[in-house]
Design a protein around this ligand. Structure first.
Ligand code: FMN
Length: 447
């Protein structure tokens, strides 16, 4: 199933189908898995409640999502009495994570992973903030799973706080759910805000939840499968290796906190949602590119920086590591300011590598145009800044001791003083008026 997803994502970039598998050997019909939620821009738009016309162009879709962020009014979730998630409730000796067709996603994974396209719900011990984050879960046995949360992620900050106090953290892990919750869990919703409240804002109504039977946490009433349990300080098991999102098997097994499962809830004929990830372009890249680009655009707006024209996190950089921003330069230093804010704001800081700023005549999502700017408007001595010891992780094959990495910032804009003087060479291209005239004249013949 993982291999078919990888092969279709590779063969049909931007157009691959979502794959729903049924009749998995060894499992009853109806116990299904779903892969490739976000392999097209249209499915991202549909999930985000954005008109499909906006999905014709990458930057247009990012802009539409960023506009939603600018005007977002979070709507709190609300508890309902019942929901399909309560159709089956397993506790005690009935708990069995292998009841579902849990895949070994990549050929070299040591174990089967039940949580990949998942929403891990944790509660801040100091306030009424339920965070949803996508963090992977290996299965160890029927009632023990993993939960790998990297430093700095919201769920990790929650867990660190419990552990600093010597306390167990309760967790509810949703492994089959509404694609909107998965998309939000896998993107950078601001600190202190529940992804449920953003989901409510996007849907225009409160997200319906029920109380988890073990944790009491709000869990989606319409979810497919929810696993609840405890993570206790010092209760460690070897986790990984797993084929990672940067395209490598990065580490030998590492001892990490595990989850002792206390309940499983699932609807009849449940769908296990999966996103194994692999070398680019994988089935999660458009999710990360659209959500990450919109969040960075919004951070630039909040920092007060004017005239951002487009943002795109490129597919080849896994939607995280090759960020291009186009601007209309308004003042000396504008381009450099954009580079530093975009690379250091919360949405751009984690695991970045390349950040490039270009003028407004360059489409930041068009790699040929970006390369043209880099090869004609960028000087390798004057137009580079380096950030050292930035926020990275063991997923990076070049990670430095202490989980840091170095970043490159490239100013590929026309030097501002030359733009002002008008002495930068004129671009060879058909002018706008002439283009319009020729398109009209040759309509239906050449165009
Ligand atoms: C398919 C997929 C799997 C992911 N797996 C992990 C993971 O195992 N651990 C982790 O820390 N982040 C993982 N991430 C990234 C986080 O989900 C992402 O950084 C998100 O912003 C975390 O939520 P938070 O900001 O609320 O912490 C994954 C993302 C995707 C799309």
């Amino acid at each position: 199933m993982g291999a078919l997803t990888e092969l279709t994502a590779e063969k049909y970039p931007g157009k691959a189908p979502a794959l729903l598998f049924d009749d998995v050997p060894g499992y009853p019909g109806g116990f299904r898995t779903l892969y490739g939620h976000f392999t097209t821009l249209k499915r991202v738009a549909l999930t985000l409640n954005i008109p499909l016309e906006e999905a014709e162009n990458k930057v247009k879709l990012v802009k539409a999502y960023q506009d939603k962020w600018t005007n977002i009014k979070p709507i709190p979730y609300h508890f309902v009495a019942d929901g399909p998630i309560l159709e089956n409730v397993l506790t005690g000796g009935d708990i069995d994570c292998f009841k579902f067709p849990v895949p070994r996603h990549h050929q070299r994974d040591k174990a089967r992973f039940i949580g990949t396209a998942a929403c891990v719900i944790t509660k801040d011990p100091d306030r009424d903030w339920y965070n949803l984050g996508t963090y992977r879960s290996q299965v160890y046995d029927a009632a023990t799973i993993g939960c790998q949360i990297t430093e700095g992620k919201h769920g990790r900050i929650h867990r660190d706080k419990y552990f600093e106090r010597g306390e167990t953290m309760k967790v509810a892990i949703v492994v089959g759910q509404d694609p909107l919750l998965y998309l939000l869990s896998a993107s950078q919703v601001p600190e202190g805000v529940s992804e449920y409240d953003y989901a409510g804002a996007i849907l225009g109504e409160p997200y319906p939840v029920i109380k988890g039977v073990y944790t009491g946490f709000p869990v989606p009433a319409n979810a497919e499968i929810v696993i609840e349990g405890d993570i206790t300080p010092g209760d460690l098991l070897d986790e990984g290796p797993f084929g990672e999102w940067m395209g490598y098997y990065c580490s030998a097994p590492v001892k990490r906190p595990c989850v002792r499962v206390k309940s499983i809830m699932h609807r009849n004929q449940p769908i296990l949602c999966c996103a194994p990830q692999h070398k680019p372009v994988d089935e999660t890249v458009l999710l990360k590119a659209v959500a990450g680009s919109a969040a960075i655009w919004d951070a630039l707006r909040l920092a007060g920086i004017p005239d951002i024209k487009g943002v795109w996190q490129h597919e080849g950089g896994m939607g995280v590591r090759f960020l291009v921003i186009s601007i209309q330069q308004r003042y000396p230093g504008h381009a450099r300011q954009v580079l530093h804010v975009a690379s250091s704001c919360q949405a751009g800081a984690y695991n970045g590598k390349w950040v490039i700023v270009v003028d407004e005549d360059i489409d930041p999502s068009n790699m040929d145009q970006v390369m043209w700017a880099l090869t004609t408007r960028f000087d390798p001595v004057d137009d580079i800044d380096i950030i050292k010891k930035a926020w990275s992780s063991g997923r990076d094959p070049l990670v430095q001791t202490g989980n840091f990495n170095n970043r490159i910032l490239c100013d590929a804009c026309i030097p501002y003083h030359r733009k002002l003087k008008g002495d930068f060479p004129v671009v060879v291209e058909v002018g706008a008026e002439e283009t319009a005239r020729l398109l009209e004249k040759w309509k239906g013949i050449l165009f």
